[in-house]
Unconditional design. Structure first.
Ligand code: NAP
Length: 349
């Protein structure tokens, strides 16, 4: 705890794209205070402001700029860690910390599909947090945030699954450059171009929603029984993933009924009034030209999913467009909301 009663937190991978977003979003947070930053040996030992190539639109918070970057090894004073580590190293490092009693809230893919690790979207499956009680890390725990495209998609699918039953989903994504980390895709590859491949992304979109929309039964998750086909593309947008979605539903509601359940969708983060909870998790746009990444990615603190263009489909029941901010809702902001839910439910006591 800090003098102000806030919980001290450390950012693992603090110099990267998501790490910087954590630091930006946590400035002035009512529950959490960044008191430690950690990254690779390339950065450890340097002052944060000298180790980082800061590319956020707000200045580095003063108290963070002067911190010395630490190594990502147990010995950190903060018990709560937000992990934005490169997936090549995240798995082992996060596990090592959890075994030493730390709570790790991770953005990396490594532990997402572990049977005892919650893959959490606080509005969709808050009950899955209970899986933490089945973990074998002693006093520590790992909680994961889904893939950035999965989060926007599943937020839009959840009210459909609950109200009409979901059968099959086809999704084609147009994903922002910031999703590839920093420095990410080279300018010669990305400008004037669309790259029709993002390594490992289609498999994540086809499997993660099954776990997230699954049922918690006797300490494990029974995956939901839907089929998803995904195609993922990298496009020359800075932030905000857009997804063209087609769905078959078990019952056939009208368009008005679908829009109504999207607009009315609220969940535990809203009931608990968590600081990072959007007022509305889903905003529906009636204008044919919306949603658009440049216009709508920052809606409701960047934590909302924008949906539009609901229409009949010649192959599926309906088709529509989804947009969400990949480094806010899809990464740092989503992980902060997970930690807020953990605090509200007494998991951080
Ligand atoms: P990034 O910009 O490449 O940053 C990677 C971070 O990991 C840097 O801080 C880097 O530190 C650190 N790191 C690399 N090797 C390390 C090592 N051996 N030991 C300790 N630290 C090491 O990546 P990113 O885009 O922020 O993504 C971070 C994680 O979040 C990834 O797993 C990614 O898949 C996931 N994610 C990203 C997004 C997104 O939209 N970008 C969304 C959801 C999830 P140095 O600077 O010292 O090298």
């Amino acid at each position: 705890m800090t003098k102000t009663g806030k919980i001290n937190v450390a950012i693992l991978g603090a110099t990267g794209s998501v790490g910087q977003k954590f630091i930006q979003l946590l400035e002035g947070h009512p529950y959490f205070q960044v008191t430690e930053v950690a990254a690779s040996d390339r950065s450890a030992g340097k002052k944060y402001s000298e180790a980082v190539n800061w590319f956020m639109t707000t200045p580095i918070p003063k108290d963070v700029a002067n911190l010395t970057v630490k190594a990502c090894a147990p010995g950190l004073e903060s018990k709560l860690l937000f992990s934005a580590l490169d997936a090549n190293v995240a798995g082992e490092i996060e596990e090592e910390f959890a075994k030493k009693g730390y709570f790790v809230v991770s953005n990396s893919k490594n532990h997402r599909m572990d049977k005892d690790v919650p893959l959490l979207i606080p509005e969709v499956n808050p009950d899955h947090l209970e899986l933490v009680k089945c973990q074998k890390f002693g006093g520590g725990a790992i909680v994961t945030n889904p893939n950035c495209s999965t989060i926007g998609l599943v937020l839009a699918l959840k009210p459909l699954a609950d109200n009409f039953g979901l059968d099959t989903v086809n999704v084609v994504t147009m994903q922002a450059l910031s999703g590839a980390g920093y420095p990410g895709v080279s300018s010669l590859d990305s400008i004037d171009n669309v790259i029709p491949f993002i390594g490992g992304e289609e498999a994540k979109l086809e499997t993660e929603p099954l776990k997230i929309l699954g049922q918690l039964k006797n300490g494990f998750i029974e995956d939901t029984n839907i089929k998803i086909s995904a195609q993922t593309n990298r496009v020359a947008v800075l932030d905000g993933h857009t997804e063209s979605v087609q769905v078959n539903l078990k019952t056939k509601p009208t368009k008005e009924e679908i829009i109504e359940v999207w607009k009315n969708f609220k969940s535990e983060p809203q009931a608990l009034d968590l600081p990072f909870a959007p007022i509305n998790p889903i905003y529906y746009f009636h204008e044919d030209k919306y949603p658009q990444p440049r216009l709508h990615r920052n809606l409701d603190k960047g934590m909302a999913t924008s949906v539009g263009r609901l229409r009949d489909c010649n192959i599926f029941d309906y088709k529509f467009t989804v947009l969400s901010h990949n480094t806010v809702r899809g990464a740092a902001g989503g992980a902060i909301l997970c930690a807020e839910l953990m605090k509200a439910k007494g998991y951080l006591d």
